[in-house]
Design a protein around this ligand. Structure first.
Ligand code: ZN
Length: 274
């Protein structure tokens, strides 16, 4: 199985979003009120060349994100996007020889704007997302908590993940993505309540496409909660579950915005849990 890291532009956020400061509402306000910007970080989407067809995990950013609703404090004060149309996931897949019809499935870890920003390129694919995440992102309520459902393509009607009853190691639930069972979604609540990560079983190793479970491998290892997660305990439990998983399975851990993600994938670098 070949996995491609596709960088769809970059995003600039505050340090306090990457590494949360303080607790409760205070922590969640810091990404907006703090003045300390982090360096620009990449926005990755992933393409898995699988015998059952190409699977795309997250659709990355879109050039439309250079203009954001100014009435929203997060969009006005806490984030900037840098992306040109040719850096969107569709054109980059075409450069890899992967056409729209080759992409059988698109899985969304969550529906934040830099994960669903390239949906328009996938009108011909099966789109899969968690039902609770879609409900949270929809409508005016979704817009108030930082989603942009009004920019979803009119045809967007994702298929819900089919969660299995049984636990999956340290994770509460898993849902198959392929018939072969070698690509699965696991529940990683925290950054959003219904956030999921994708595990790809690739020979000896597991590849974890972790979305925004943490912004960096380092913050997963240290158990540092981000500035976004609404429920600190849930986020901490997920980071602990990932450390348990990585301690028992050689895992390449790939968050969407970790500047080292593409390098770790290329070098097949697994997490060293201390
Ligand atoms: Zn996010």
């Amino acid at each position: 199985m070949r996995i491609h890291a596709i960088q769809t532009g970059r995003v600039q956020i505050k340090q306090a979003q990457i590494k949360g400061r303080g607790h409760g509402l205070w922590r969640q306000l810091q990404p907006v009120v703090s003045r300390e910007w982090a360096d620009w970080v990449p926005v990755y989407a992933w393409a898995i060349e699988h015998p059952e067809g190409v699977i795309v995990v997250d659709t990355g950013s879109g050039a439309h994100l250079k203009s954001l609703p100014r009435w929203h404090p997060y969009f006005q004060f806490a984030v900037h996007f840098d992306i040109e149309p040719e850096q969107e996931v569709g054109p980059q897949l075409r450069n890899l020889g992967i056409g729209a019809r080759d992409v059988k499935t698109v899985v969304l870890t969550h529906l934040h704007v830099d994960h669903d920003g390239g949906l328009a390129h996938f009108a011909l694919s099966r789109i899969v997302a968690d039902r609770g995440e879609v409900a949270r992102a929809a409508g005016i309520r979704g817009t108030l908590v930082g989603y942009l459902p009004q920019r979803w393509p009119s045809w967007f009607d994702p298929q819900p993940l089919s969660w299995q009853e049984a636990r999956c190691g340290p994770f509460a639930h898993s849902a198959p993505i392929t018939n072969a069972g070698d690509v699965i979604a696991v529940a990683t609540p925290g950054h959003t309540p219904d956030h999921v990560s994708i595990l790809v079983h690739d020979g000896e190793r597991q590849i974890m496409l972790a979305g925004d479970t943490s912004y960096l491998e380092e913050t997963m290892l240290s158990g540092t909660i981000d500035g976004v997660s609404p429920d600190e305990a849930a986020a901490a439990a997920t980071l602990a579950a990932i450390r348990t998983f990585c301690a028992t399975h050689p895992t390449i851990y790939l968050p969407t915005h970790d500047p080292q993600s593409a390098e770790r994938l290329a070098a097949r670098d697994t997490v060293a849990v201390r």
